[in-house]
Design a binder for this molecule. Structure first.
Ligand code: ISL
Ligand code: CA
Length: 551
């Protein structure tokens, strides 16, 4: 397997709005990140992925871009950006940006022109269609954030497509000019010295041009059958690769719903000349019901393990490379979701990080997870800001759903769980801002914060630091083969990693003690555990993690 910096590097994801506010307006900004460069370096990470910082009216927190070559007013200036980039370079940290190219903002100049007239040169930068003869939108597609995926525009008496909010019109990738515009944007940032892109919803950029009505309202089916993996997706990606990507030493990671075991390898397989990595949501959509995340089904631990085993197998067969993550700005907090954020908060947060750092693939750590930040439960919907959460709320109200239950679902699923400001210290605004935070802080910042963990050798923060170093010292944890040993165990996750060296990892996903039912690992040496007092045995305390070297 070919070795590269982006396979070995650990990525730290920054959601700038919630990271650190330098000017007291309550919103994180680039100068805030500059202030924390040494903190980021102290984690030992090699790569930072920065969520969108481009000019944006912020209908979806920067995922609606109105100018791809400028910085959002709230976040600072291009001078700030250049200083930040230089700060990363000085510290030998690569910077990966977010490319949101499935859609722009409706305030982008292209869209402003496009909507003016049917004959405007920018008209076919987007998808415009007349309504159905009997009235209403061109088809029954629904947007990711509830409601129809088409918005009527009076000026020209047509509808435009928006798979996300109506302020995020979908760009028409069929138009070669649009594709060249995007490649130019990519080149612009690479020429500045940026080291790669995470590509937002890249799985849906190629549309089914017949725009068929869907016979089912089931949203998951809609995405899988009609939105994702369109007919020209791989042609577009290959063209992008030929035009720009392959001319730079950079990394790419595509993301998107509808990427599964069958089509995943097509994005990243050896010789495909498309992307380096993708984020699939196999384990992240595990509790999504047919109606999506606000229609949840119970989460299955066996299925969770199976996702890792199957993806590892598929990708290695295809000569592709995986992305390992348990949370990001779109999901609830990993310790609340997969661990126990109450009694075994510390143990389970460390155990989950042990999983992250011992799987094959590039590891992505989401800001705040390194201190075990948890979900928040605001008492009232008025405290929430996320457009997905709010639209789902309105839809539930309109459908006459029980709203107590909906609030519980918001507590469980809202993207704002991951977006509350980073907890730097125990002071009133958690050291995040001197002003009023744009989104409420998690009240537990008085106990869960960076300052409290900085010098505590037993803290989650210092465990992350240790795991980052550990992974670097044991390259077989990056590249070695992966084998799940107990796929049917309801509480234990146990696997081997094998390269030149041989490792056994055993993880307890429960609050009871267990003896791991394995033989043939007699000659073992315990290298890491998340408990301070532990032994070489195969017994595990609640939420315990052990990593052994097998001789
Ligand atoms: O967030 C999800 C579930 O809650 C996903 O379905 C998500 O909408 C999808 O993965 C796309 O996410 C990305 O594009 C969106 C943006 O809102 C997200 O923040 C971004 O990560 C539209 O640009
Ligand atoms: Ca600010």
């Amino acid at each position: 397997m070919k070795k590269t910096w982006w396979k070995e590097g650990v990525v730290y994801q920054i959601y700038p709005r919630s990271f650190k506010d330098a000017n007291g307006d309550g919103m994180g900004d680039l100068r805030g990140i500059i202030q924390k460069l040494d903190y980021i370096k102290s984690l030992g990470v090699d790569i930072v992925w920065l969520c969108p910082v481009y000019k944006s009216p912020n209908d979806d927190n920067g995922y609606d871009i109105s100018d791809y070559r400028n910085i959002m007013d709230e976040f600072g200036t291009m001078e700030d950006f250049d200083e930040l980039l230089a700060g990363f370079k000085e510290r030998n940290i690569k910077l990966v940006m977010d490319l949101v190219a499935n859609h722009s903002s409706d305030e982008h100049r292209w869209f402003q022109e496009s909507r003016k007239s049917k004959g405007n040169p920018y008209r076919d930068y987007y998808y415009w269609k007349p309504g159905k003869p009997e009235g209403g939108p061109p088809n029954n597609w629904q947007s990711f954030f509830n409601g129809p995926a088409w918005e009527y525009d009076e000026a020209t008496n047509e509808y435009y497509l928006h798979l996300f909010t109506k302020k995020q019109p979908d760009l028409n990738w069929e138009n070669p000019k649009v594709r060249q515009e995007i490649y130019d944007v990519i080149r612009y940032w690479f020429d500045k010295g940026v080291d790669g892109f995470r590509m937002d919803v890249i799985s849906v950029i190629s549309k089914q041009l017949a725009f068929p009505d869907s016979p089912t309202e089931d949203f998951t089916t809609l995405v899988e059958r009609y939105y994702a993996n369109g007919p020209r997706i791989h042609e577009f990606l290959r063209e992008m690769n030929e035009n720009v990507l392959r001319h730079y030493d950079i990394m790419t990671v595509g993301e998107g719903p509808g990427i599964d075991l069958e089509n995943g390898p097509l994005y990243v397989g050896d010789g495909r000349q498309e992307l380096d990595m993708i984020f699939h949501f196999g384990h992240m959509f595990i509790d999504n019901g047919p109606g999506g995340k606000y229609d949840p089904v119970p989460y299955s631990f066996l299925q969770f393990k199976k996702v890792f085993a199957e993806w590892d197998k598929r990708l290695s067969e295809a000569g592709g490379w995986g992305s390992i993550f348990l949370g990001n700005h779109d999901f609830s907090r990993m310790v609340s979701r997969f661990g126990d954020d109450d009694t075994y908060w510390k143990e389970s947060a460390k155990m989950l990080s042990t999983l992250l750092f011992t799987l094959r693939g590039t590891v992505y750590v989401y800001q705040g997870d390194e201190i075990g930040m948890t979900n928040v439960a605001f008492s009232d919907i008025s405290h929430y800001q996320d457009v997905e959460t709010l639209n789902a709320w309105k839809a539930a109200e309109a459908a006459g759903k029980p709203m107590d239950r909906q609030l519980e679902l918001v507590h469980m699923q809202s993207r704002d769980n991951a977006r509350t400001p980073l907890q730097w210290d125990s002071s009133e605004n958690a050291g995040f801002t001197t002003g009023k935070p744009w989104l409420g802080l998690n009240p537990n910042h008085t106990s869960i914060n960076v300052a409290a963990q900085e010098d505590d050798p037993d803290s989650i923060l210092n465990y992350y630091r240790k795991m980052v170093r550990f992974r670097k010292q044991h390259k077989d944890l990056v590249y070695g083969d992966y084998l799940d040993l107990l796929p049917d165990d309801e509480a234990l996750f146990a696997y081997e990693r094998k390269g030149g060296k041989h490792y056994l990892i055993i993880l307890n996903f429960s609050a009871s003690q267990h003896k791991v039912p394995l033989q043939n690992f007699e000659n073992r040496e315990l290298l890491i555990s998340n408990y301070s007092s532990t032994d070489n045995s195969l017994s595990l305390q609640p939420w315990e993690a052990k990593v052994f070297l097998i001789n």
